[in-house]
Design a protein around this ligand. Structure first.
Ligand code: ADP
Length: 262
């Protein structure tokens, strides 16, 4: 009986070892997939804006151009430089999130100020859209890290401007809902298929058959999720309108102290 028991235990241990090996192999191949995706993304997404910057700078240096053309080129350089800056910031945030090294500095945050800051930073990107800001009156202060939240809003606004047609309206809204403050960005773009509404927050995930012409890394929303959750908040995607069209991204932040008004 004892021998049979020992045999069974040995067999169970062997099975366990095989399962562990399998899990380790799966983990290794997932890590490898992420590493390859990151490398591909970094090399492609750093090069795209750089090529534009180098090209525009070349025209400026060589050509005896009219003032309007020079201005266009300078604007190109500025816009693409800002895009690079956002991208590098995302990579830094991602690295810090991955190491658990990201420590949000939670303060009592005035959402109106936050929105003003993000709006100013995205002025160039939002040039071809109509931005409407709707702030509920007497909005309480939120508990969040001002710098990280601006990065989150910048990423979401960048997507809205990227995917929604020129001239369409983007609505930035903030309302109180229970003990939370919901900040949302709604656009009139192609929307996100229902099956992808949670997947778009995954690292390097881009909607299949989406507009591949648009430069993108599939990192923006994953970083937003990491940052928002590190601040004790939540983020979700939904349709932008009752008929299912457009996209709305909602960030819910805890209120700083119930009853305190900005
Ligand atoms: P990307 O750099 O590809 O924009 P994100 O992580 O920011 O990466 O978004 C992931 C994917 O979610 C995008 O590739 C796109 O398919 C989809 N998506 C995000 N925001 C929007 C939006 N406002 N409208 C339509 N699709 C969107």
């Amino acid at each position: 009986l004892l021998d049979a028991l020992i045999d069974q235990i040995a067999l169970a241990l062997e099975r366990l070892r095989l399962t562990e090996d399998l899990a380790a192999t799966q983990l290794a191949s997932e890590t490898e997939r992420l590493r390859a995706a990151l490398l591909n993304s970094v090399s492609h997404d750093l090069r795209t804006p750089l090529v534009t910057i180098i090209g525009a700078a070349g025209h400026l240096v060589e050509g005896d151009l009219p003032a309007a053309a020079r201005r266009d080129l300078a604007e190109n350089i500025r816009d693409e430089g800002e895009r690079l800056d956002r991208y590098v910031q995302n990579l830094l945030d991602m690295t810090r999130l991955g190491h658990g090294a990201l420590k949000p500095r939670l303060v009592a945050l005035d959402v109106a100020e936050l929105i003003g800051g993000a709006r100013a930073r995205m002025k160039g990107v939002l040039r071809d859209h109509r931005l409407r800001v709707e702030l509920a009156p007497d909005l309480p202060l939120a508990s969040a890290d001002a710098v990280l939240m601006e990065q989150v809003l910048v990423n979401i606004l960048d997507n809205a401007a990227k995917y929604a047609p020129e001239g369409s309206e983007i609505v930035l809204q903030a309302v109180q809902r229970g003990g939370m403050i919901d900040i949302s960005v709604t656009d009139q773009g192609p929307g996100i298929p229902e099956a992808d509404l949670t997947r778009v927050f995954g690292m390097f995930y881009r909607v299949a058959g989406g507009d591949r012409q648009r430069a993108g890394t599939g990192l923006g929303l994953a970083i937003c999720k990491g940052l928002v959750e590190a601040m004790g908040g939540a983020i979700r995607a939904e349709a932008g309108a009752p008929d299912g069209s457009g996209t709305r991204i909602v960030v819910s932040l805890p209120m700083d102290a119930p009853g305190r008004v900005a």
